[in-house]
Design a protein around this ligand. Structure first.
Ligand SMILES: [Zn+2]
Ligand SMILES: [Zn+2]
Length: 120
């Protein structure tokens, strides 16, 4: 009798990935809406004004380039048109983090260890 080798459960994996992506999209919509409520619909660089018709071209930039840093007072957000937003990112060169999307996991860990050390 042949033993069956259990296959990795791809369906579960796909669902986890899909859930994570959906969570990300929801989170982004959340802070975009908040930022649009907090700030006038004007690009922070070229001062272009926006209306409901072209609001798609107004994006939320994170001043510290960390998408996960979303304080409720909006202090890390800046409304930029898509062009100025592109410029802003072209200027920002950090060899260890080529994209804003990359979570600074190493930093979190370091802070966690530091907290542990301080507790002792
Ligand atoms: Zn602009
Ligand atoms: Zn940005």
């Amino acid at each position: 009798m042949k033993r069956r080798i259990p296959k990795p459960d791809n369906a579960t994996l796909d669902r986890v990935v899909a859930d994570a992506q959906r969570g990300r999209v929801l989170r982004e919509q959340g802070y975009r809406e908040q930022a649009l409520k907090l700030y006038p619909w004007i690009c922070g660089r070229c001062a272009r004004e926006f209306t409901r018709e072209n609001l798609r071209e107004l994006t939320v930039h994170h001043r510290d380039h960390d998408h996960d840093n979303n304080p409720a007072d909006g202090s890390n957000w800046e409304l930029l048109c898509i062009y100025c937003h592109d410029n802003e990112h072209a200027r920002y060169v950090d060899p260890s983090a080529p994209g804003e999307d990359r979570a600074p996991a190493a930093t979190y860990q370091a802070f966690g260890q530091l907290a542990d050390l301080l507790k002792k």
